[in-house]
Ligand binder design. Sequence first.
Ligand code: 6R9
Length: 651
Amino acid sequence: MADSTPQSQETLSNLLHETRSFPPPADFAANANVKADAYEHAAADRLAFWEEQAGRLQWERTWDTVLDWQAPYAKWFVGGKLNASVNCVDRHVDAGNGERAAIQWEGEPGDSRTITYAELRDEVSRAANVLTELGVGKGDRVAIYMPMIPETVVAMLACARIGAVHMVVFGGFSVDALGQRLDDSQAKLVITADGGYRRGKPSSLKPAVDEAVAGRPAVENVLVVRRTGQEVDWTERDVWWHETVGGASSEHTPEAHDAEDPLFIMYTSGTTARPKGILHTTGGYLTQTSYTHWSVFDLKPETDVYWCAADIGWITGHSYIVYGPLSNGGTVVMYEGTPDTPHKGRFWEIVQKYGVTIAYMAPTAIRTFMKWGEEIPAEYDLSSLRVLGSVGEPINPEAYVWYRQNIGGGNVPVVDTWWQTETGAIMVSPLPGVTSAKPGAAMGPIPGIDADVVDDEGNPVPDGEGGFIVVREPWPAMLRGIWGDDQRYKDTYWSRFPGLYFPGDGAKKDEDGDMWLLGRVDDVMLVSGHNLSTTEVESALVSHPEVAEAAVVGAADKVTGQAIVGFVILRGGGESVPDELLQELRNHVGASLGPIAKPARILAVPELPKTRSGKIMRRLLRDIAENRDIGDTSTLTDASIMDVIAKQLPK
Ligand code: 6R9
């Protein structure tokens, strides 16, 4: 994801020392889907291992070749044919599980729907028939700009069924962001809704689509789900979902697609540059999402109730709300709204109501819950939970321990999963029945993945040192390129270290050889000739009892090259903060990490700028810290936050 070649980087020298480690409970380990021997088994013959995992799926035709690798282009399961929607839906019905809930959906206002696998098959078939009637065929792109409702999943699976390529755009994105993605993908159809519920009121989606498709003749139709019932403008291009899908036939004979046929395009979060259309194909992607969802979360489809609180407009929603869990025949909880509507216990109320056993969310959410206080989750029965997951950013050790303790009751495995839009599925993570996990560490590559931490020259670093994470061997769910921009694919991921995939993240190996992810290398700070990771300074700040969230940037400084500027959200939410506290926070970081890491300035703010996946957009904070005009904010969840922060600052 790094477009700029990172500056030469010496070892990250100020490492947090973490001595806590949590082994899996004995009974969990004994009953786990995956045991310790999986690593050895996979390493002995990596391709045979992935072939075995592909066998989890239903294929119309088996592959001739497991992997065709013409670096940097991979083809997996060449010659194989399958249908992703059949794998996620029909085969579970055929296996006699048609009455199992596929989706337990909870609307923000409190309405709810249970959709069984049999119902899901009918609805996906109806939608597939309508897409075909609207002239959408194999290889055509379909934009999906929706709230978190079951029709969003149906729309994705209907595309997969007919071989159309879906391109989901986060419903919180602006008209410009949507338009840019429509141009790039040349989508023929947009599927949207009148609106959805956010923060206690209907938010609208259709007007943004109207504006975006005006002057974009490539879009032939707009298919609109009625969710809120609000007034919408209507043109000849528009078609109601309930009037078409509602009345369509539920008979649909799926065609088998090639393992390498495109499944979807997902634009990256764009924390650093112009978004890239990441292309994923069918067989390899489904193999790895299915395997990782089963192994990393220890999914038992008959009994587990799994909830991933991500948005579907983020890769996490694609891989771990839709393709991973449904290919495994699991029951998925899906929630439409925000965690504080109508009250701050909403998430825990959902866990209690559905008896959620596995929950997966972002560190930003966990830090928000810390800020709100542990007495809120304490009011609910969370004893059904048995695995917790984290994704999206490095999880600060304090947030990890809080999550384990206050949500997991102190005895459930917490898996910190590292991966990217580009990797398609989890790459580095503990296994809940095997690994003694350290708070804040993703620990190591999962079975079948060959990832490492290397130095500037691409050589593995010794234990106790830092560098860059790379992936050495191709993996089934890897991106197959950037839509329409081949050169950028090679430049971005394959030019930094010849022959190695470079994700753009810094990482370190601790004394035990366990892996810690340190965030984007673009965010690394260079202070008086020392490379410092924003993640570690932020974790030091969050380890202070008064701090709930922190973001740190390096701002240009005449003397030190860059000076560390910290933005903190205090636990009580207070904004007028005594100077002594800010001084204390600076000293606290200095004491934890060494004097070089002591921030030059700390500012208390009410909010931080974040993407849909909760990633802090440090580039915008750097603009503020350097008194510059603020750059592109189109991928922020809430652009007004920048004004709020800017107003707060002493000029
Ligand atoms: C799944 C997803 C990818 C970037 C990635 C890294 C950061 C994600 C992380 C993590 C540390 C983790 N990231 N998970 N950093 N620990 N467990 O987030 O995809 O939106 O494409 O972002 O997110 O920097 O490179 P995506």
